[in-house]
Design a protein around this ligand. Structure first.
Ligand code: COA
Length: 378
């Protein structure tokens, strides 16, 4: 880029790349809204299904609209037979995010709307994606453990079905409510990295499945959704409250990033962490093991004292899921099972008012070099 004056913002920090009506992060006040509703209000009162409707349509559903959405999600939750068969062929050792990326890509072959790009067709595809993400994750988990997959039940919510199809028994109220709140809290977060990926892909007028595959690959990274798995790995390695401080000091000396802390936008507490902290404590009390919660509290205290860094959404979701008995490598796929609602809302918004997303790079390499025949090169 040689003609325009420009300032490179590393990591696009602070760059406003689009307008959106879906969600807003206020990093100074520590506030998050979906379509104008405060996340605290939604976490306390809304179900995940209500949030899905809200993100897609802009308003909360009335009873009929909510019932219709639930019917549609229930009807779409089962996997096409070909994708169910594919899951049996994926190596048991596969990273579940890689498995999810591959399975979602394969789903596109069997979508009854095919390449149709109308708003209605894309909304139907969005519903199939939201309904099938949890089924893919739990089916793969059961298959890799030599267990029969459990079919989702039409009478259960997305959250209850996740617990039911993962563990194969009737979900209890606390596990269901915990997953429902976790899904509400992770559903959307403005122009985070994976949502940006989805929008960049959609903006080429590629299809919604391609956009979501881009997003899954982006969410996997440890600086984004992969952080929640990193958090629990650290807690398991540390093992006790007393070891937290020496372990952290050692990590600081190595200049390591501590998973679950810091955020590009929030300069105060991530409002989602407030709820997940409470859930982690309540669940720990319930099962009579508060170790992971106590360790997390201590880590939070030391990180604030030494680094002035707050926990983010991934920090307390880790101990929450672990206390529910969920395998650690499913933590990031759970994030995806929720964020698919926001990703699809953003793809629909992008299609509705599209312009190709194509920024510039400041070229800092050499110029004016002359061709050298291969026989003359060192
Ligand atoms: N542990 C230790 N130090 C951290 C840190 C962390 N988790 N997060 C940020 N910092 C420090 C950086 O080392 C840097 O310090 P310096 O200026 O002395 O070099 C400073 O804070 C700014 O960090 P930077 O990485 O430039 O911020 P960013 O906006 O590019 O990155 C994250 C944001 C989220 C990627 C970053 O905080 C991080 O890597 N966190 C851990 C991964 C995580 O939890 N991701 C989930 C996000 S929801």
């Amino acid at each position: 880029m040689s003609t325009e004056a420009n300032v490179v913002k590393a990591g696009l920090e602070g760059i406003v790349a689009t307008q959106s009506e879906i969600s807003d992060v206020d990093g100074i006040q520590g506030r998050l809204i979906y379509r104008g509703y405060d996340i605290h209000d939604l976490a306390e009162h809304a179900t995940f299904e209500e949030v899905i409707y809200l993100l897609w349509n802009g308003d909360l559903p009335n009873k009929n609209q909510l019932d219709e959405l639930k019917r549609r999600l229930a009807a779409d939750a089962a996997l096409p037979a070909e994708v169910a068969t594919l899951l049996k062929r994926i190596p048991r050792s596969a990273n579940p995010m890689d498995m999810l990326r591959t399975a979602v890509s394969a789903l596109s072959f069997y979508d009854p709307d095919g390449p149709e790009m109308s708003r209605d067709a894309n909304t139907r595809k969005a519903a199939r994606l939201v309904a099938r993400f949890p089924t893919i994750v739990t089916t793969f988990h059961r298959l890799r453990n030599g267990l029969e997959p459990v079919q989702p039940r039409p009478d259960l919510s997305v959250a209850a079905n996740f617990v039911y199809t993962l563990f194969g028994k009737d979900p209890d109220d606390i596990a269901t409510r915990t997953m429902d709140v976790a899904f509400v809290l992770h559903a959307d977060h403005e122009l985070n990295a994976s949502t940006f990926s989805a929008r960049v892909t959609a903006a080429t007028l590629s299809d919604i499945y391609s956009a979501i595959v881009s997003a899954i690959g982006t969410l996997k990274g440890p600086l984004h959704g992969g952080a929640n798995e990193g958090v629990i790995k650290n807690l398991l390695e540390i093992g006790s409250v007393d070891n937290i401080e020496p372990w952290l000091k050692d990590q600081f000396a190595r200049k390591a990033k501590i998973m679950g802390f810091g955020h590009r936008v929030y300069r105060t507490e991530d409002p989602r962490a407030t709820h997940l902290r409470d859930m982690s404590r309540l669940l720990g009390d319930r099962v009579g093991n508060t170790l992971w919660y106590q360790m997390s509290r201590k880590m939070e205290e030391v990180m604030m004292r030494e680094k002035h860094l707050n926990p983010n959404v991934d920090f307390y979701s880790a101990s929450t899921y672990y206390t529910l008995g969920i395998p650690t490598d499913l933590f990031t796929p759970i994030f995806a099972c929720s964020r698919i609602s926001g990703w699809t809302a953003h793809v629909l918004e992008q299609f509705a008012n599209n312009r190709l997303i194509r920024p510039r790079a400041e070229y800092v390499g050499p110029r004016g070099r002359k061709w050298v025949p291969i026989s003359d090169r060192d």
